[in-house]
Design a protein around this ligand. Structure first.
Ligand code: GLN
Length: 195
């Protein structure tokens, strides 16, 4: 299995490590690599778009000629997981976007950038998952808030009553950062889509 972590900006190496660990737990052979160039997209089985700064990631993906191809692959069913800024990139509707900022517009959610406000812009909290009984530690860093889930997207992670993780066929979008914990359950759940 070949997994690319879009590595133009943001928390890339943590995702690479988490995906490698998840693969090992799933007893799958393969590689996880930094993805910066269009030609690397040729034979990926899954893609991760990390957290960072969505404006910058979007701009650099366009500059590196990977933006349109990633959109196309996502529409064709390639498994893509976006965390935090990556979720913003995947969303069909974004509140608080910088003018001219482009999004992949794949996931049926409306998100609001930096919506948790200054006081609590970064925090940790236990989350409920629909696919497992054990809670998951959610690490939120200037996280986007999922305001609406529509169409084909289905919530699967909750902070109190709020949706913080959604799934839509091949796509996963998370407001938090699973790569910053030792818990690889969500990476495993994601990689199963590429088996
Ligand atoms: N606030 C960032 C943005 O809007 C996302 C933060 C993150 O990815 N940790 O792009």
């Amino acid at each position: 299995m070949k997994v690319g972590v879009v590595g133009v900006q943001g928390a890339v190496s943590e995702h690479i490590e988490a995906a490698r660990k998840a693969m090992k737990n799933l007893k799958v052979n393969g590689e996880v690599f930094w993805l910066r160039k269009a030609e690397q997209l040729k034979d990926v089985d899954a893609l991760i778009i990390p957290g960072g700064e969505s404006t910058t990631i979007s701009r650099l993906m366009i500059k590196n000629n990977i933006f349109d191809k990633v959109k196309e692959l996502g529409e064709e069913g390639l498994p893509i997981m976006g965390t935090c800024a990556g979720l913003i990139l995947l969303a069909k509707q974004v509140e608080g976007a910088v003018e001219g900022q482009r999004f992949l517009e794949l996931l049926d959610v409306k998100v609001s950038r930096n919506a948790y406000g200054r006081q609590v812009d970064s925090f940790e909290a236990p989350l409920k998952l629909t696919f497992d009984k054990k809670p998951f530690l959610g690490v939120f860093i200037r996280a986007p808030r999922i305001l609406e889930v529509f169409g084909k997207a289905k919530p699967f992670a909750f902070y109190k009553d709020e949706v913080v993780g959604v799934e839509q066929g091949n796509l996963i979008g998370l407001a938090f950062h699973p790569e910053l914990t030792d818990d690889t359950r969500i990476h495993e759940y994601f990689l199963r889509k590429a088996l």
